[in-house]
Design a protein around this ligand. Structure first.
Ligand code: HEM
Length: 312
């Protein structure tokens, strides 16, 4: 199989180049830009998941080794009740456990409140997440815009160096739809919810998210197990599944052919028999392909007709 070595190496190199992607993400939406300008925030970026947007200002104080960052974080929540969290994680890993967060909660009785929380391994295991004082969070605020349904939280953080490096800060965000008083309850675990963490350089606005890498990997390789029909990744899985199947069939056929060549049989009977078998398999393959394409196109036409009749 030495003939496949070159393309395999190119493929692996391409994969690694994807893994090291960083991005300067698009600036915020018009609505959020207006909200952050009213609050005098300068830098702003759309985050990759949960429709979240993030604005910030920094004031470095090298003498005291404490950097002040003012943060403003918001998203449009589908339900009026729920919670919104944003936090920083001083551990080396981009994950929920270890995050010091502010969580804004909108309660069923209409009151809104915000507090600080330390998200631990016990939280992940289901132990209640109760407010805990974290000294470096100040001036916390929770707001809701009736006009465009933005749920927003903001705070000033006084982050000690070198524990928190603002050129490479792990930040984590999340939304949930249920709470018990000031205790936020478990959030959904869709792809959007588990990809909501990234490392950001607050000085340049360049970020590198766990989701970006996973997103690329899920798309080119479809490494996730077979996604549901409604899943946004299903089309990539289908593509991957078919292409891999065809590529394997081609590789196996060529490999057997090469094997016959290596064995150097005295007559050409083996080679011609193999061509014969391949030919028969090829015809069967073609018939099945025609059948499945007809079925696929019929189903598509049926779905379109149903859609049209529902729209009438
Ligand atoms: C309310 C209590 C919470 C519970 C019970 C909880 C539980 C969990 C669980 C079980 C997972 C793993 C899901 C999976 O892999 O399928 C998870 C992931 C995650 N959670 Fe939470 N969580 C809570 C609060 C938070 C908060 C406040 C944040 C953000 C500040 C957050 C951010 C994340 C992120 C980014 C992930 C994906 C990355 C990771 O697994 O570490 N969670 N959470």
């Amino acid at each position: 199989m030495y003939i496949f070595r070159g393309p395999v190496i190119v493929f692996i190199l391409a994969l690694f180049s994807l893994l090291s992607t960083t991005s300067q993400r698009s600036t915020c939406s018009e609505a959020f830009s207006k909200l952050k300008e009213d609050r005098h925030f300068e830098q702003c970026m759309k985050l990759p998941t949960l429709g979240a947007e993030f604005a910030w200002n920094i004031q470095e104080d090298h003498a005291r080794q404490v950097n002040q960052i003012d943060v403003f974080f918001g998203t449009r929540l589908h339900a009026e009740i729920g919670w919104l969290a944003w936090g920083v994680n001083p551990t080396n890993e981009l994950k929920m456990v270890g995050t010091r967060a502010i969580i804004g909660i909108s309660m069923p009785n209409g009151t809104r409140a915000i507090d600080t929380y330390n998200v631990t391994a016990a939280t992940k295991l289901g132990c209640g997440l109760q407010p805990l004082k974290i000294d470096f969070f100040k001036n916390m605020k929770i707001e809701y815009s009736d006009k465009n349904h933005y749920f927003m939280i903001s705070a000033s953080l006084y982050l000690p160096e070198p524990e928190y490096n603002i050129s490479s800060l792990n930040h984590v965000w999340q939304v949930g739809y249920q709470s018990n008083g000031m205790e936020p309850l478990m959030h959904p675990t869709s792809l959007q919810n588990v990809d909501s963490a990234e490392t950001i350089n607050l000085k340049t606005g360049v970020s590198e998210g766990v989701g970006q890498h996973r997103h690329h990997l899920r798309k080119m390789l479809a490494l996730r197990l077979k996604p549901r029909r409604t899943d946004e990744y299903r089309k990539f899985w289908n593509l991957y599944h078919h292409c891999l199947g065809y590529a394997l069939l081609a590789a196996i056929s060529v490999d057997i052919f090469l094997g016959i060549g290596i064995l150097r049989p005295l007559d050409h009977a083996w080679k011609w028999s193999y061509f014969g078998v391949l030919g028969i398999l090829g015809v069967i393959f073609l018939l099945f392909e025609i059948y499945s394409w007809c079925k696929f196109l019929n189903q598509k036409e049926k779905n379109n007709q149903e859609q049209r009749s529902q729209n009438k």
